[in-house]
Design a protein around this ligand. Structure first.
Ligand code: HEM
Length: 408
């Protein structure tokens, strides 16, 4: 027997998105449903239904299946809210494309984001983090760690890659924040994405006139001028580079700080053993799974998985936190343990859309946490953790994080 989406046997009882109990952990409903019915039905905000896959192996099987489209314009694509749907539809770039178009465009960037290339940026990231921490120290606590560190770091790193002055970082951050904010009215959100597109289109023109050594000059000369990509698609690609690295990295830094403050033994371990930075960040990525609403797809063909038939046109949600907290893959998944081997996490997604910027993100996280914990060994929250405003947007995080240090 196989079950369809309307079979009562597969009902998870969940209306998407489910609620968290502990702000640092995935919603408990994932554990309950994974044990009972690992590929189940969820209800969406508009009353429609979609599939929910909560196991690590099923998530990977689905995301590597070519019958799973990432294009939100395909009917049945599962959105989390009306605003989510509106902002997704203004989002261009190959993250929303399927093969083969996706692969052609992504390939234009793989070399620039290879481990080898982004490692060349490590000294710059170290200098940048030192500078931002100096700024925090000079300001004195309490300081909003999001505004002082978590947001400027990824923004200035991408400015470096695009060879933009770091003074452009604030503009980019502001536009992306408004665009991606699920509370922005759709027209405000569309305006912000339009402003960003205009800025990037102008950047393309500037690099056409006066090429440099940066990635945009390279794309303009090697791809755009050769007719391999349209101007509009190039704008979409650059928009994706800017958007992809902001909220994700910033919220890893903010939530990671909260996690290290909640588990001081883990912070002490990393402070004493900075050589653990790489595995520790894999574990932090797994534990926090900040891209909690990201890996959604729509089936373009019928597929069978774990006794259910996913029909063409069915939406599929494969939440990253559910896969990363699957006890069959990670023992005691709800425990943060920087000494565990967390390499199999799917925090950067899986399959053809697996994060292009992951090597850059890793460097930023490795550098920032070692330096932050060493520089401010007595760092603490300036507000109670229970008073923090954890927001339920596409990327999980906190918009503000007041921290302090030194004498009370
Ligand atoms: C894709 C997470 C940082 C650029 C993705 C996906 C995830 C993700 C889960 C897959 C989305 C899907 O399957 O629908 C993260 C996390 C980050 C991070 C957790 C930080 C800790 C970055 C950075 C950049 C970036 C720094 C760029 C500079 C991209 C791009 C894609 C992507 C371009 C689309 C890849 C494709 O469709 O082929 N990211 N990301 N990300 N990310 Fe990241």
């Amino acid at each position: 027997t196989s079950y369809d989406l309307d079979a009562p046997e597969v009902d998870s009882g969940i209306t998407w998105p489910p609620r968290r109990a502990d702000p640092l952990l995935p919603p408990p409903a994932f554990d309950e449903v994974r044990a009972r019915c690992p590929v189940s039905r969820v209800s969406l905000y508009d009353g429609s239904a979609a599939w929910l896959a909560t196991r690590h192996d099923d998530m990977r099987a689905l995301l590597r299946n070519p019958a799973m489209s990432a294009n939100p314009r395909v009917g049945g694509y599962p959105n989390s809210s009306a605003n989510h749907s509106a902002s997704r539809n203004t989002q261009g770039g190959f993250i929303r494309m399927d093969a083969p178009e996706h692969d052609v465009q992504r390939r234009m960037l793989t070399k620039a984001f290879s481990v080898r290339q982004v490692e060349l940026l490590r000294p710059y990231v170290e200098q940048l983090v030192d500078e931002l921490l100096d700024g925090m120290a000079a300001a004195g606590g309490p300081v909003d760690l999001v505004a002082a560190l978590a947001e400027p770091l990824p923004a200035r790193a991408i400015c470096k890659i695009l060879d933009l002055p770091s003074s452009d970082a604030a503009f980019l951050l502001g536009r992306v924040a408004t665009w991606m904010n699920l509370n922005s009215p759709p027209d405000v959100s569309a305006q912000a994405s339009g402003d960003l597109a205009a800025f990037l289109d102008n950047l393309i023109l500037r690099r056409l006139e006066k090429p440099g050594e940066d990635i945009v000059s390279h794309l303009v000369a090697q791809q755009f001028q050769q007719g391999a990509i349209s101007r509009q698609d190039l704008v979409g690609m650059l928009q994706l580079l800017v958007v992809g690295g902001f909220d994700t990295t910033a919220n890893m830094i903010a939530l990671g700080t909260i996690a290290f403050l909640r588990f001081p033994d883990q912070a002490a371990e990393l402070r004493a053993h900075p050589e653990l930075a790489a595995p520790a960040m894999e574990e932090l990525l797994r534990y926090l799974s900040v891209a909690h609403h990201v890996a959604s797809r729509v089936a373009t063909d019928d597929i069978m998985i774990r006794g259910v038939c996913i029909h063409a046109g069915d939406g599929v949600i494969a939440p990253i936190p559910a896969a990363n907290h699957d006890p069959e893959v990670f023992e005691d998944p709800h425990v943060l343990n920087i000494r565990r081997d967390a390499r199999d996490h799917v925090s950067f997604g899986f399959g053809i859309h697996q994060c292009l910027g992951q090597n850059l993100a890793r460097i930023e996280l490795q550098v920032v946490f070692v330096k932050l914990l060493q520089r401010f060994p007595d760092l603490r929250l300036a507000v109670a953790e229970s008073d923090l405003d954890f927001r339920n947007s596409m990327i999980y995080g906190v918009p503000e994080l007041l921290v302090t240090w030194g004498e009370a």
